[in-house]
Design a protein around this ligand. Structure first.
Ligand code: NAD
Length: 289
């Protein structure tokens, strides 16, 4: 029998790649429900799976901020069960905190935190009743340690860690495994899709000169990191497959196989000061480049 997989945020990036890989599995082990907020964007996914049998892929509309659309998507799953739920949809928000509107901050929390939690909610009773299941969540190293100019994004990803860890403790009693796939920078539409304060933005003039110069350094750091160290979605998909295929998956997977040194610092030096100065040095000290 095929494993039924439902994935959120499949119009681009990690969600799209994962949907393509699972739907084109050589053993046809999966039936994939690739969901996306806007079905008008399904062409890219359809192009990638050209020539595939229809019995491994279905595309459904689902906006993770809209409870009814989640329930509608759930009701359209023909098998009436989901074995593997992948909560992947997410958006970024970047810029000096004093410039963020309440609306844009709300939107990030709405998609990243509440979107993930209410998607899980919708499938939880059925998974418990089945006595088996997998919940995979696309996490971020920004959910493990803070990043300047990403306060609300990090807050949303930290919050997911808390929600998932709490659930994992409970759900092992139901044979349901929760796993976070912790990604560093990945080559996707994420940087293009995120809400970002641009340097040319007139509103940046409201911000003090020191913040402005630090933000410039941050943006430079960011673009260097994405150019030099970003992973491809295929690398991320491999890690998802590891988690899916493992009989007893771990709670956390790191996509570049090792725990990043800065993340480790947070654990080994719990008072936090070493992490904060190391991160500050990494991003803001120009001598280091
Ligand atoms: P992406 O922008 O290509 O994909 C995100 C997807 O989520 C898009 O298809 C978007 O349409 C969808 N989405 C946004 N709001 C939605 C909503 N309300 N309902 C349903 N779908 C919605 O970027 P990506 O890198 O593939 O992002 C996937 C996940 O990976 C996100 O959770 C992101 O936070 C996480 N992540 C990305 C990176 C990176 O560097 N790209 C790093 C760490 C974590």
């Amino acid at each position: 029998d095929k494993k039924v997989v439902l994935i959120t945020g499949c119009s681009s990036g990690i969600g799209l790649s994962l949907a393509v890989r699972l739907a084109s599995d050589p053993d046809k082990s999966f039936k994939v429900y690739a969901t996306m907020r806007n079905l008008a964007k399904k062409e890219r996914l359809l192009e990638c799976v050209k020539g595939l049998h229809k019995d491994t892929l279905d595309i459904l509309q689902m906006d993770v901020t809209d409870r009814q659309s989640i329930l509608d998507a759930r009701d359209r799953v023909v098998e009436k069960r989901v074995d593997i739920l992948v909560c992947n949809a997410g958006v970024g928000l970047m810029g000096p905190l004093e410039m963020q509107s309440l609306d844009s901050m709300r939107q990030i929390l709405e998609v990243n935190l509440l979107g993930t939690v209410q998607t899980i909610q919708a499938f939880l009773s059925e998974m418990k009743a089945q006595g088996q299941g997998r919940i995979l969540v696309t996490g971020s190293t920004g959910g493990l340690h803070g990043l300047p100019f990403n306060e609300v994004y990090c807050a949303s990803k930290f919050a997911i860690e808390g929600a998932c860890e709490s659930l994992a403790v409970l759900l092992q009693h139901f044979n349901i495994h929760v796993s976070l796939i912790e990604c560093g920078p990945v080559n996707t539409d994420f940087m293009a899709n995120l809400q970002k304060v641009e340097l040319e933005d007139a509103s940046l003039q409201q911000v003090d000169i020191q913040t402005l110069s630090l933000y410039e350094k941050y943006l430079q750091h960011c673009s260097d990191i994405f150019q030099n160290a970003a992973q491809d979605t295929e690398d991320i998909v491999k890690v998802f497959l590891d988690a899916i295929q493992s009989p007893s998956p771990a709670f956390r997977y790191f996509t570049n196989s090792v725990v990043p040194p800065l993340t480790k610092l947070k654990v080994t030096e719990p008072d936090g000061s070493q992490y904060i100065s190391a991160m500050s040095k990494l991003i803001f000290s120009t001598e280091e480049q």
